[in-house]
Design a protein around this ligand. Sequence first.
Ligand code: MEV
Length: 309
Amino acid sequence: MGKGIGYGKVILFNEHFVVYGVPSIVSAIDKATTATVERADGTGWTLDDRRHATPGYKEEKLEQQKESVERILKAAGIDTMKNPIKITLAGDLVAASGIGASAASCTAIARALSDEFNLGLSDERINELAYEGEKGYHGTPSGIDNTAATYGGLIWFVRGQPNMMERIKIKRPVEVVVGNTGLVANTKAAVAGVRERREKYPEKYNKIFKEAEELAHKARRALEAYDIKKVGELMDENHKQLQAIEVSCRELDFLVELARKQGAFGAKMTGGGLGGNMVALTPGKELQEKVACAIEGEGFEALRTKIGV
Ligand code: MEV
């Protein structure tokens, strides 16, 4: 049996902007999806998805998941008509929008295939396969999610030819809370919406994109200096920019406000938006617990994790 793992992630700065080559910052989290690949009878492949999920997520993503698996198999050069397999997904990462669930599963599947078929794939190649798989979900992903899912850690990511990835080192990991709106979001549609509006209102969008780029540099400096207060302020600012490009929603704004009121150093939506998850910067176990409990008290799921692990 072949086995593989892919990490979940939170984008700390510049989701959406990253699609256009604006620098972004992403952190893997300590939750992951695992995959196994076993030889099976018959022909083709089957998938047993045992991940804990936001209600409706798996159903909504089923067709995209099929396309994604087909893409990974093709890129890996595996013909399941000759070599039938059963894929099983599990792990402690909730299958939800905004925390890199699709990318984590793609990376995990790529690794499990490499293991089962003795392909000996490097991380670089696993990342490429996971990117192929991500296209099934996103259409034109920037590559940020699969990069975090494959390599882990805290990453400065710039989309380009080729993509640029640098590790950001921080003194100690910082506690965060990831709050789930419970809404299954369609990243493809969110990305397409930004593209449309960017073409329609070039002046407005160019200005916001420029500000987002400056903000990423400030955020990197603040993280490296371990100025957590500043990092939080910049997350708040980034949330405003994301609101301005219309990818937030009422539920995300509500959770962001709630976290700030409870003392979070900063909070913002994370990932594709229009539902999915938000992230609050809550250094120390006590503050983390306070913010997580407040979110749960309002009937939402909260994940306690860390960035920079
Ligand atoms: C989704 O996690 C992040 C987006 O920026 C899309 C992408 O980068 O491919 C919204």
